[in-house]
Design a protein around this ligand. Structure first.
Ligand code: RTP
Ligand code: MG
Length: 156
């Protein structure tokens, strides 16, 4: 296990249940590595409804919330902490817009254009800010922040 290196940023990437069922994991991982990300942590897991509701609490009052929770708990996901300079914005750029149907038209080279279906079933997730990334990575990988990552930065 390695810790984060100085000067780099980390973001949380999820291959959502539809991405795993569609066998896109290897292609998505190839894109991740070709784009210069280091996979700091990775694991497969399936969220229960309560845990998924906590992860997506920012959307709890939205009309699509119950549908989102049903979707995201429908099967296992592949969870990754990705490290790179500008990781948050660069991963968001690679995955493309939320609506995979629109992504196929406006961002045909994006990951969601490749493996997504519509506004909900969009096959991947990316943290939307460094603050969200820290919260989301702590949610799945507690040791990234407790095990030296922060300390290394503090030593600068
Ligand atoms: P994500 O958080 O998964 O990376 O996606 P995002 O930032 O592009 O989109 P966000 O607004 O955070 O929405 C989170 C997830 O909820 C589902 N969604 N459904 N039916 C709908 O109107 C709707 N809108 C969003 C998607 O799965 C979206 O990724
Ligand atoms: Mg989001």
């Amino acid at each position: 296990k390695s810790n984060g290196s100085i000067g780099k940023e980390i973001t949380l990437a999820l291959i959502k249940p539809d991405g795993l069922v569609g066998n896109y994991s290897d292609r998505i991982k190839d894109i991740i590595l070709e784009s210069g990300f280091h996979i700091l942590r990775e694991t497969a897991l399936q969220l229960d409804e309560d845990t998924a509701a906590t992860f997506y609490v920012e959307h709890s009052s939205r009309s699509f919330f119950s549908s989102l929770i049903k979707y995201i708990t429908s099967g296992p996901m592949w969870v990754m902490a990705l490290e790179k300079e500008n990781a948050v914005a660069d991963w968001r750029a690679l995955i493309g817009p939320t609506d995979a149907r629109k992504a196929k038209i406006t961002h045909p080279d994006s990951i969601r254009a490749m493996c997504g279906l519509d506004l909900e079933k969009n096959c991947v997730h990316g943290s939307d800010s460094p603050q969200s990334a820290q919260r989301e990575i702590s949610f799945f990988f507690k040791d990234v922040f407790s095990g030296g990552f922060i300390t290394k930065h503090d030593e600068l």
